[in-house]
Design a protein around this ligand. Structure first.
Ligand SMILES: [Zn+2]
Length: 116
């Protein structure tokens, strides 16, 4: 990616005259506002790109909190829970085999019969 003298990333498109565009690319993209940077799909993709760039730092921050014994226990537990939730170690919240009202009534009758 080309950069200007202020180290800004430049648009990768060319002008009508065939010269490289000198405008800065929008953050997260390779084009300037004049070359599609204002289109909703380009802006959405740029936003996704910027967010994806934050995934690794976010994971490293969570790891640091979990491993830092100087952090409050509540912060360490919250970070640990976030990591576990996102790696497939969620608690099972689903209730399986919920009895029907008829089955429940049957069980009550059986219990009452057992107790005489
Ligand atoms: Zn441009």
């Amino acid at each position: 990616m080309r950069k200007d003298d202020q180290n800004r990333r430049l648009c990768n498109q060319t002008t009508r005259a065939g010269n490289p565009c000198r405008a800065p690319a929008i953050k997260g993209s390779t084009v300037c506002n004049a070359h599609g940077g204002q289109l909703p799909r380009v802006k959405a993709k740029a936003a996704r790109t910027l967010l994806e760039e934050l995934v690794e730092p976010a994971l490293l921050a969570l790891r640091d909190i979990v491993q830092d014994m100087k952090q409050p226990a509540s912060a360490r537990v919250a970070a640990a829970r976030d990591i576990l939730d996102r790696t497939g170690y969620k608690p099972i919240l689903e209730v399986r085999g919920m009895p029907t009202v008829a089955q429940f009534d049957e069980w009550i009758e059986e219990l009452e019969a057992e107790q005489g």
